[in-house]
Ligand binder design. Sequence first.
Ligand SMILES: C[S@@+](CC[C@H](N)C(=O)[O-])C[C@H]1O[C@@H](n2cnc3c(N)ncnc32)[C@H](O)[C@@H]1O
Length: 358
Amino acid sequence: MQREHTSLRIVDLKIEDIAFGGKGVARENGKAIFIPFTIEDETVSAEIVREKKKFAEAELVGVKESSPHRVTPECPYFGRCGGCTYQHINYEHQLAIKWRQVRDALQRIGKFRDVPMRPIIASLEQYGYRNRITVHAQDGVIGFFRRDSHRLIDIERCPISRDEVNRALTELREQPHVRDGHYTLRASSGARVFSQTNEAVANALCDLIVDLVPANQKLLIDAYCGAGFFAKALLDKFERIIGIDWDKFAIDAAKQEATAKETYIAGDMDLELASIELEERERTILIIDPPAVGLSLAVRNAIGDLAPATLIYVSCNPATLARDLKELRGKFTINSVTPLDMFPQTAEIEVVASASCQ
Ligand SMILES: C[S@@+](CC[C@H](N)C(=O)[O-])C[C@H]1O[C@@H](n2cnc3c(N)ncnc32)[C@H](O)[C@@H]1O
C-alpha cells in the first residue's frame, strides 16, 4: 500500500515538461513532481503537498524565473476553478504544448517512430467559445467544482463561455430559489443530444474529415455517430451510410430527415460493428469517434476484421488513440495526424488520425 502524507516542505524546482492534463513536471532526486500552473523551463518555488513512492504533487508558491510564454489569466477564478488549466500560458504556446503532447503520445505509447504530424488547427476564439456549460447548485452556491474537489465555487461569469451562456447563468442566479442539482445552460435551444461545444472548431473538424475522404465511395460506417454530425456532412461522397451509437435520442435525431441512403442503428459498438459485412472493402471508409476511454478489444478486433480501405479515428484522448493505433498497426498505416484545439485554456486535446489499410 502507498503511504500518503501532507508536508510543508518548500523546494525550488526547474520545470522540465508539461504532462497530459496540464501540470508541469520537475524532478527531485529522479522522482517526478507535478506542479499545476507552471511552464517548462521555469524555475519555481513549490510546496510538496502529497508524496507517493513514485511521484509527488506540489502547489506553486512563486515563480522565480518566469517563462516568456507566461501571461495574466483573464478569469478571476482561474487556479481555484476546476475548469481551465492553461490561462497562464499564451495561446501560441498552448497550441505548441498540445501538438507536442499528441506527437509524444504516439511515439511513447504508440511506439510510432515517424509520426506524420500536421499543424494543429487553432480556435479563432480563445475565450467566449463554449456554447454550453453545466453548473451545479448546492445550498445557494451556483458554479463549478473547485480544482481537485467536490466543493463548489460560486461563479458569476465564465470567460471561456459565450455571452448567451453567461446571460443564462445570470438569469439562473437571479432566480429567488434555485433547487440543488445540475443545470446545463446553452447558447441556443438546439437538440439535446451530443453536440459539439466549440462550433467554429467543430466545423473545422468536419471540413478536415470531408477533405480526408475521397469522392465516389461505396459505404461510410460512422461509428459513435451521435446525431450523425460527420455522416450528414459526407452524404454526397457515399452510396450508403451506416451510423451506429447507443444513444437512442441521438439516433432518433439522426433519423429525422435522413435520406434513403442513411441507416442509423441504436446499439452497442461491441456487437454492432462486428455484424456488418462489407461488399467493397476498397470503397469503404470507417470513421470512429469514441469517448475518452477509446476502443474496446472487441471493437479493435472488429475493425481489424472489417479492414476498410480508410480508417479515420477522431479522438479526445491522445493516450487511448496511441494505444489503439498501436494495436491496429499490423493492419493500418497512419497517413496523417491533425490535432485540433477545441477547448482553449483547458488541457483537452482533440485529434484526427487518418490511416489506410495495408
Ligand atoms: C465523442 S461522442 C461522438 C459523437 C459524434 N461523432 C459527434 O460528432 O456528434 C461519443 C459517442 O459515443 C457513443 N458511445 C459511447 N460508447 C458507446 C458504445 N459502447 N456503443 C455505442 N455508442 C457508444 C456516445 O453515445 C456518444 O454519442
